[in-house]
Design a protein. Structure first.
Lengths: 301, 323
């Protein structure tokens, strides 16, 4: 039981909270700008490399310093870059059919990736060197300290999202526009402002999710693309345009991926770990077949 | 013949051969994106399905992968198209009734799953090491005749696909397709079964992509998971179609040859340019510069000239232009 929790369930929650943070941006872009943003994974990667560069420049080595000081700075820088990208590449296409925006984001995915690979190279890097200590609870539960930080940080950020969406004017406007863009416009909501806020939220959270993933694993130019599909699946599972759905969807997919290699039947893992990446896709297809609106009754176009 | 000239000639042949295969891929995408308005982000997957099917069916027995069927090329190509068509049908069943974004996500997923299967099912595909010694039509002929002959195979196939797609475009079927793309509601009101038409467009497009994949397997004589690199096989085909002109079969072919020529010429020029300005690792980094520039080219076309070089021309309705 302790093994199940220590090595399957808790790592699943860690992965799930990373997916959840990433999926919030995807679902909000999908709901408010109305297109599936393929470049979201690369935004994440870019944020990680910005953070990595800051770590090298400042020489900070402790997890607390990286997560509490450098991560917010990287989030700001990522947000600024994404706002510039919006101005140059998405804004001119606002009046075009949405599918043109999808193609543009597909192109941007490769453009951002090539910039990352050009500037930093493709060799694996680490953001947090050394062996990380584990934390012991009640004799049999033991988690790496970094995992505790990741889950805690993700919960904090999700709470912040909840606060913005529930209590601030711009947050309410975002939800209104996601629910019905025409109605939102009629009530005098400044749509450009809402679009900006969506990018700010999406890019900031993408950077945070990326840094968490980098702290957990490694820094790699393909890391964002590798988790793009799970993030899409989380957004669809939770219901498109529903930030809380994306959070729940992310957690479900992260846990499902980790639990898939638990020896449920017999001794070997239930599913060959080589196919772990297929889990998100399988869940996504299942939800598209049986309940395209997702768990939280999002949009189905 | 002068060896330098001979080298240029071989380069020209390979440019036309690979360009021709990309033109077939682009024609396949044109059925989906150009005429039907469907976004297939998993071109690499269907291309790979075609390549692997053809490879497995035509190779001689080998210990590292399933095979030894040694089927004729035509049979293998048809089988490749059928396999891709069946998978496309299943994907379409799930996604075509939803908005186009979902199809994009699901198809990129199919491409990824295909890559997972190829990498993991080593008994069938030899995993990351791939399948080698795939036969190529006319490879027994003396050099460079064999190169010319295979180029001929590609160009004849391209001409055949083009001819069929032109017939389809001008037929009532093709006109319904564009009607659905431009105004789904009115097409529905006219009594057209939108979902069936979309499915037909999607499946036909994927089958054409698989055909291109089969040709590529024979041309390279080797396939591995890298052959279906999502970048080259998906993105560049989109760039080709958007630049050439969506919904125009001639534009698709023009875009394919044009972008492929630019792409391979830049492979020679870009590293030297970067080296000339004194950049470190010019060879590796030039690849990223090229990808960035081709992405930028796509963005410029999307913003300034979304119709492409050869804009769509609608076939005239029968009866209208008759005397």
């Amino acid at each position: 039981m302790a093994e199940f929790i220590n090595f399957y369930l808790f790592p699943g929650l860690v992965l799930g909270s990373i997916y959840a943070l990433g999926a919030i941006g995807i679902t909000m872009t999908f709901g408010i700008l109305r297109f599936a943003n393929f470049a979201h994974g690369e935004t994440m990667t870019l944020g990680v490399y910005i953070a990595w560069t800051l770590v090298q420049l400042t020489g900070f080595k402790s997890m607390a310093a990286i997560l509490l000081v450098l991560m917010p700075v990287s989030m700001m820088l990522t947000i600024m870059i994404v706002l510039l990208i919006d101005k140059a590449f998405y804004k001119p296409l606002r009046a075009s059919p949405v599918i043109i925006l999808v193609i543009a984001s597909f192109g941007l995915m490769l453009m951002i990736r090539s910039v990352t690979q050009f500037s930093w190279g493709v060799q694996l890097k680490t953001i947090l060197p050394g062996i990380q200590p584990r934390m012991q609870f009640l004799d049999f539960f033991s988690f790496p300290l970094k995992h505790v930080f990741i889950v805690g940080g993700a919960l904090l950020l999700m709470y912040a999202v909840h606060h913005v969406l529930t209590y601030t004017k711009i947050g309410k406007a975002m939800r209104a526009m996601s629910d019905s863009p025409e109605l939102a416009r009629l009530t005098g909501i400044n749509t450009e402002k809402v679009v900006m806020a969506t990018w700010v939220m999406g890019a900031g959270l993408a950077c945070a999710a990326g840094v968490f993933l980098a702290v957990d694993t490694q820094v790699d130019t393909m890391m964002g693309f590798k988790i793009l599909l799970p993030m899409f699946a989380a957004a669809i599972l939770g219901g498109v345009g529903k930030p809380y759905g994306a959070m729940a969807g992310g957690l479900v997919i992260g846990v499902a991926e980790e639990l898939s290699s638990y020896p449920w039947l017999g001794d070997g893992p239930l599913l060959d770990p080589g196919y772990k990446q297929g889990i998100a896709f399988a869940i996504m297809i299942a939800i598209l077949v049986w309940r395209p609106t997702g768990l939280f009754k999002g949009k189905s176009f | 013949m002068d060896p330098v000239l001979y080298g240029y000639m071989l380069y020209g042949i390979s440019l036309l051969t690979v360009g021709g295969m990309y033109a077939i891929l682009t024609l396949g995408l044109n059925v989906q994106w150009g005429f039907t308005g469907l976004f297939n982000a998993g071109i690499a997957g269907f291309f790979g399905i075609g390549a692997y099917t053809a490879a497995i069916l035509t190779t001689s027995p080998h210990t590292s992968h399933v095979g030894g069927f040694q089927m004729p090329y035509v049979v293998a190509a048809i089988a490749a198209m059928l396999v891709a068509g069946i998978i496309a049908f299943l994907v379409g069943k799930v996604c075509l009734k939803l908005r186009s974004d979902y199809l994009a996500i699901a198809t990129i997923g199919i491409a990824e799953i295909f890559r997972l299967i190829v990498n993991n099912e080593t008994w069938a595909t030899n995993g990351p090491r791939g399948i080698s010694q795939i036969p190529r039509p006319f490879e027994g002929l003396p050099e460079p005749l064999n190169q010319f002959a295979f180029l001929g195979v590609v160009l004849v196939t391209l001409a055949g696909v083009y001819w069929l797609m032109e017939i389809a475009r001008k037929s009532p079927w093709g006109r319904v397709m564009t009607a659905i793309r431009d105004n789904e509601t009115s097409a529905k009101a006219a009594g057209k079964n939108v979902e069936t038409f979309r499915m037909e467009g999607f499946v036909i497009g994927c089958m054409i992509m698989a055909l291109a994949g089969a040709l590529m397997a024979h041309y390279l004589k080797f396939v591995n998971p890298q052959t279906t690199d999502p970048l080259l096989a998906t993105f560049i085909v989109f760039v080709m179609l958007v630049i050439g002109g969506s919904a125009n079969n001639k534009g698709a072919i023009l875009g394919a040859f044009l972008v492929w020529t630019l792409w391979s010429a830049s492979e020679i020029v870009a590293p030297r340019l970067l080296e000339a300005i004194g950049m470190a690792d010019a060879g590796i980094r030039s690849a990223y510069v090229r990808i960035f520039l081709i992405g930028l080219l796509l963005q410029i076309f999307l913003q300034k000239n979304p119709q492409g070089l050869l804009p769509e021309t609608r076939p005239s309705s029968p009866g209208k232009n008759e005397p």
